[in-house]
Ligand binder design. Structure first.
Ligand code: NAP
Length: 510
């Protein structure tokens, strides 16, 4: 089944609603894409949430091998509709087919990774402390701790990864692996891709003979739908990837509920890069090229795009800036994901350029002809101007970065101290610059969830040691990652069993 109905997917069925619909828009041509998609309302939230709540007790009891089989089957069902998924995602996002094929592989591998992880039982981190009835002055009881799923989870699909961070992406995979039903609020920029992925999940749920209320996709292009989902009493946790404004608004809504729930928002960051002087002396050409490519990868629409570059003034920086100018001017225009993102990007650039002491490094080219097209841009300012104007530390989501020229390495450390929370922070240094490097990392460790040396932050490996998160405003809870095995922790909570006989204990505690 690869036809699009334009409906929501609830309990394995396409559900249409009457009233206003919305369309996906081809970012290249600006043309509406058929079919019209239903606008979800509180009624669909109520139905999906009630089913998720109803089927949660069954799903949480399901054996780990059955849950692993579900994840493997979702992976297989996605691969079965690979061509349709990639073709629709290309139409809706303008991302090239090769990138989308890579993203689908990543999506499938994430599902399989969680399947293998839960089979080991390691995610439950069982702790067994046996009784010591003779202990003085107090006997010790038998205490055993494991992890249980939180309950139904609402997932907000991200616009910039229509497969790997959307309907069947890492959040859904981790929540299902934990034993939580999932209700996805699809991103309105790629509803067709969302529906195809949801059909694949619904088909896998059916093939695995699991209760169909454990998965739903709700479509919509209004804030009310997302707000109703976050507010529904059956929802136990929410994941979100997107803008800081939306993430914060939804976080506040989750906290203001009669029963507050965790809302794990990943809201992006500027991923600062610090280039120390001696590394520029020896490697300016390669670094200029790789920096420009990292900024422009995926038309700059990565939450790990480096948006700030700090360097110390001097002859080696002058040479490096000339090479950066060449690289940024050489790179072609790219098509952004949707008109709203392009509008945010161009408005952000204008805001930066209207600030005192901010100037373009690369040539400012006339607006490109294509509908959602933008040119890569590099801006420059001084550390003093950067410190005086907090808006220059904001994310410019798109192919642009700001070079901040510092007077000295001491001033570089001062700007590092002033930074807000980040997903990543990077230092480029020669072997002879270890002392400065150490001082910077000591500061940056308090700022970022991932620290890199002589590398670039775009490209996030999915594995046990990955941490994709960071202090606010990069994320709403700096203790949790949204990528890798450990991302399952967002959907589990510890329970201690005291004095229970073996027969009443969960298997992993017996
Ligand atoms: P967004 O505006 O944050 O929207 C993300 C999701 O949240 C959408 O489903 C949106 O749907 C919903 N939403 C937004 N505001 C809401 C609110 N107040 N209440 C309830 N739901 C709300 O992200 P976007 O559309 O992907 O892109 C807009 C900007 O976000 C970009 O220009 C960029 O700055 C940033 N962004 C950052 C990242 C990152 O990884 N850091 C990724 C993508 C985007 P509705 O519109 O239907 O309500």
């Amino acid at each position: 089944m690869t036809a699009l109905s334009g409906g929501h997917i609830i309990a394995g069925e396409s559900v249409a609603t009457v009233g206003q619909g919305f369309f996906a828009v081809n970012p290249v041509s600006g043309a509406k894409l058929q079919p019209a998609f239903c606008e979800g309302s509180a009624a669909e939230v109520e139905r999906a949430a009630a089913l998720a709540e109803q089927d949660f007790p069954t799903f949480m009891q399901v054996d780990k091998s059955q849950r692993a089989a579900l994840l493997d089957t979702i992976a297989a069902e996605l691969l079965a509709v690979k061509d349709a998924l990639i073709a629709r995602a290309e139409l809706e996002t303008a991302l090239p087919p090769a990138r989308l094929a890579g993203e689908l592989t990543r999506t499938v591998n994430q599902l399989k990774m969680f399947a293998r992880f839960i089979e080991t039982g390691e995610h439950l981190q069982p702790q067994i402390v046996t009784a010591m009835p003779e202990r003085q002055p107090q006997p010790r009881p038998d205490l055993r701790m494991t992890q249980v799923p939180l309950g139904p989870v609402a997932v907000f699909g991200a616009s910039n990864f229509p497969l790997a961070f959307s309907v069947a992406g890492g959040d859904t995979a981790a929540a299902l692996a934990a034993g939580c039903p999932v209700i996805v609020k699809g991103h309105p920029a790629h509803p067709g891709t969302s529906e195809l992925a949801a059909q694949a999940i619904a088909s896998a749920v059916r093939k695995c003979a699991l209760p169909e209320g454990i998965f739903a996709l709700l479509q919509g292009s209004s804030h009310q739908l997302g707000a109703a989902l976050v507010s529904h009493p059956a929802i136990s946790a929410v994941t979100f990837t997107g803008s800081q404004a939306a993430g914060r608004e939804l976080f506040d809504l989750a906290a203001a509920r009669a029963e507050p729930i965790p809302l794990f928002a990943e809201m992006g960051s500027v991923n600062p890069i610090f280039m120390l002087p001696q590394v520029l002396q020896v490697d300016a050409e390669r670094l200029a090229q790789q920096f420009a490519e990292s900024v422009c990868l995926g038309v700059g629409q990565f939450c790990t795009k480096p948006g700030l570059l700090f360097a110390v003034q001097g002859a080696e920086l002058d040479d490096f800036v000339a090479r950066l100018r060449e690289n940024f001017t050489r790179l072609p225009a790219g098509t952004m994901l949707h008109a709203g993102i392009k509008q945010n990007f161009t408005a952000g650039l204008e805001r930066f350029l209207s600030c005192p002491d901010v100037s373009p490094v690369s040539d400012l080219r006339p607006a490109p002809a294509g509908n959602c097209e933008v040119f890569p841009t590099l801006l420059q300012t001084t550390a003093a101007a950067f410190l005086a104007q907090p808006l220059l530390a904001d994310e410019l989501f798109g192919p642009a970065a700001l070079l901040v020229v510092c007077d000295s390495s001491a001033q570089m450390q001062q700007v590092a101290q002033a930074l807000k929370g980040q997903l990543s922070a990077t230092v480029h240094a020669a072997a002879t610059e270890e002392a400065d490097c150490r001082s910077l990392f000591a500061i940056l460790q308090r700022k970022a969830g991932r620290l890199l040396l002589n590398s670039f932050p775009t490209g996030v490996e999915v594995c046990q040691a990955m941490f994709h998160g960071g202090p606010y405003p990069a994320a709403t809870d700096s203790r949790f990652t949204s990528v890798g095995h450990e991302s399952i922790r967002r959907f589990l909570r510890p329970v201690c069993f005291q004095g229970l006989p073996t027969a009443l204990l969960p298997e992993e505690l017996r």
